[in-house]
Design a protein around this ligand. Structure first.
Ligand code: NAD
Length: 497
């Protein structure tokens, strides 16, 4: 069986705690790999390596950093296939989707290659007689990143390229469910010339995370994962004096207005609800059909959903793969099984589905629930599986009120041909990322990604300008060079002359 070890100080560090976690191929249900789970002492070793590296990396030239990042970009580009194959083997998503994840991660490396522009300071000359003021941004020190299973390459790439471009050093704690891609990302960074200790990877569970949250040498924590853990990370790391951005879960709504192109809306709903088997924080999991669109929209979604081909992620014919674990599959199924008793109409029931020759895989088919009451569990919880809830609203106002009553506010979308309605929606909806006829409005790398309400704890969205701000702190330098005319004691508060 393959073993995945830590990556500390620029080399493999074999797990010393004696504890290992299983990594399963979701398509076969077989445990293929064991991953070392770090003890607090091993986390300390990674933080110490990062702290040592910061002494030189933090003052390295921008030319040095960007030279390495450009080389890293080329290496990632050359290894897209290999990274995608690792993702499929441990996460289960289909190969094309895994390649898409790598491409979206590369966007942030490209942003980091242009860090020279982002770190330009500001200068005001002659703010007072012979006084200049410069505003600069400096790195924080050692930054930790804790990432979820559903994007084992992209979410780490949302974090460390920008963090290290800003001069920080990094300790990544990837999901223990699919840890291999993160190690390959670190190995390629070393090959690109990144000095030892600038990027470290420790695997583990809550024990490793807790050590990072309380470690005195960790200056900031980036987290992406479920809402309860995001809330905990934010509270705990903040209590230990750290800067924190903690992105949580979601229930993303798509509002379909009566004038929308229903075929385009149905295509978008199916793609966004069932892509990656619904295991995306930006998946559309609730469609709100306004006016009399509901019956026709549900029929068109059902027709499309019935044709989706489910199978192993490495089969090019598969459009949707399995879920991450059998336990998660069973939990997803329980929402569908309980939906009718809670008042929903079950249009498609994907439970009990299997794939011939892969009977032990974590399979579930596509489920479509119509007229779901707002107090049904299938609507109230983030299911994180291929289950789409349809709700009905009489009017635009009722639809927006329904969306705004959700505790989450990650992404949302409106489908309409009415520019005025779309404009109103942009301004009135309470979510961090809004699509107009775009079902999954994940911002490009040079904008920032983040939700509102229970989808994000902290003040900074991730990557883009917010990312640069999160990974740096400001300093303002006020300078006066002596002149024979200056001098004299003045006890007044400094003012401008
Ligand atoms: P998770 O919260 O279970 O785990 C995320 C990370 O936290 C993992 O590294 C895990 O080891 C660690 N962790 C888990 N429980 C912990 C605990 N009690 N204490 C400390 N650390 C703990 O999330 P997941 O199941 O890996 O990922 C799916 C979730 O992530 C979904 O809720 C999804 O919406 C969310 N997500 C959000 C975004 C976003 O950008 N907002 C992006 C991707 C995923």
């Amino acid at each position: 069986m393959k073993t995945v070890d830590h990556w500390i100080g620029g080399r493999t560090a074999e797990g010393a705690s004696g504890a290992y976690g299983p990594v399963t191929d979701p398509a076969t249900g077989e445990v293929t790999t064991q991953v070392a789970l770090a003890s607090p002492a091993e986390v300390d070793a990674a933080v110490a390596a990062a702290k040592d590296a910061f002494a030189t990396w933090g003052t390295s030239s921008l030319a040095t950093r960007t030279g390495i990042l450009f080389a890293y970009r080329a290496l990632l580009d050359a290894h897209r296939e290999e990274i995608a194959r690792l993702i499929t083997a441990e996460h289960g998503k289909v190969h094309a989707d895994a390649l898409g994840e790598v491409a979206r991660g590369l966007e942030i490396v490209e942003l980091a290659c242009g860090i020279t522009e982002k770190l330009k300071g500001e200068l005001s000359t002659q703010v007072s007689s012979r006084v200049d003021v410069a505003a600069i941004r400096q790195p924080l020190g050692v930054v930790a990143g804790i990432t979820p299973f559903n994007f084992p390459a992209m979410v780490p790439l949302w974090m460390f390229p920008l963090a290290i471009a800003c001069g920080n050093t990094f300790v990544l704690k990837p999901s223990e469910k699919d840890p291999s891609a993160a190690v390959l990302l670190a190995e390629l960074a070393a090959e690109a010339g990144l000095p030892d200790g600038v990027l470290n990877v420790v695997h583990g569970d809550k024990a490793a995370v807790d050590r990072l949250l309380e470690h005195p040498d960790v200056a900031a924590v980036s987290f992406v994962g479920s809402t309860p853990v995001a809330r905990y990370i934010h509270a705990t790391a903040s209590a230990h004096g750290k800067r924190v951005q903690a992105l949580g879960g979601a229930k993303n709504h798509m509002l379909v207005l009566p004038d929308a192109d229903l075929d385009a809306a149905a295509d978008a709903a199916v793609s966004a609800a069932y892509g990656s088997a619904g295991e995306r924080c930006m998946a559309v999991s609730a469609v709100v059909a306004v006016g009399d669109t509901g019956d026709e929209l549900v029929a068109r979604i059902r027709d499309r959903a019935e044709k989706i081909k489910i199978g192993p992620g490495d089969d090019p014919a598969s459009e949707m793969g399995p879920l991450i674990t059998a336990a998660h599959r069973d939990k997803v199924a329980s929402y569908v099984q309980g939906a009718a008793a809670q008042g929903a109409e079950v249009v498609l029931d994907g439970t009990g589905f299997t794939v011939e020759g892969y009977e032990n895989g974590h399979w579930i088919g596509l489920s479509l629930l119509d007229r779901v009451p707002v107090d049904a569990d299938a609507y109230r919880d983030e299911i994180f599986g291929p289950v789409l809830c349809v709700l009905r609203a009489e009017t635009y106002e009722e639809g927006v009120a329904l969306i705004n009553a959700s505790p989450w506010g990650n992404g949302t979308a409106v489908f309409t041909r009415d520019g005025g309605a779309a404009r109103r929606f942009q301004l009135e909806v309470q979510a961090g990322m809004v699509g107009v006829n775009v079902p999954i409005p994940v911002p490009v790398g040079y904008h920032s990604f983040g939700g509102w309400k229970d989808s994000l704890f902290g003040d900074h969205h991730i990557y883009g300008n917010d990312g640069v701000h999160f990974y740096t702190r400001g300093k303002v330098v006020t300078t006066r060079w002596p002149d024979p005319e200056d001098g004299g004691v003045d006890l007044g508060f400094p003012s401008h002359r």
